[in-house]
Design a protein around this ligand. Sequence first.
Ligand code: ZN
Ligand code: ZN
Length: 101
Amino acid sequence: MLELRPTCENCNKALPPNSDEAHICSYECTFCTACVEMLENVCPNCGGGFTPRPIRPATNWKGDNFLGKDPASTRVKHRPVDGEAHARFAVDLKLIPTNAR
Ligand SMILES: [Zn+2]
Ligand SMILES: [Zn+2]
C-alpha cells in the first residue's frame, strides 16, 4: 500500500493526505510542488520522475478503504537535497535516452 508520507523530503513542508502539492516517485519518495520544480522532475534518490500523489479518501465510501482504517504515515523522512550535486545529476540523466535509463 502507498505510504502517505507526512512531509516533503527536501524542505519538510507538511503534506497531509489531502494535499494537492504532494508528488511521489515510483519508490514513494515524496516532495512538494516547489521542490519537484527545483529538482527538474528528477528524483534525487532514484533518478526517476514524479507524479501527483493520489488522495486517499477520508470517508469510508466503500469497503473500509479509507484513511480511518489506513492512516497516513507519520514517519518523517527529511533528507535535504544538495542542489548543486543534484543539478549535475539531472543534467547527466537528461543526456541519456529515456529507453536506456
Ligand atoms: Zn518541498
Ligand atoms: Zn525516487
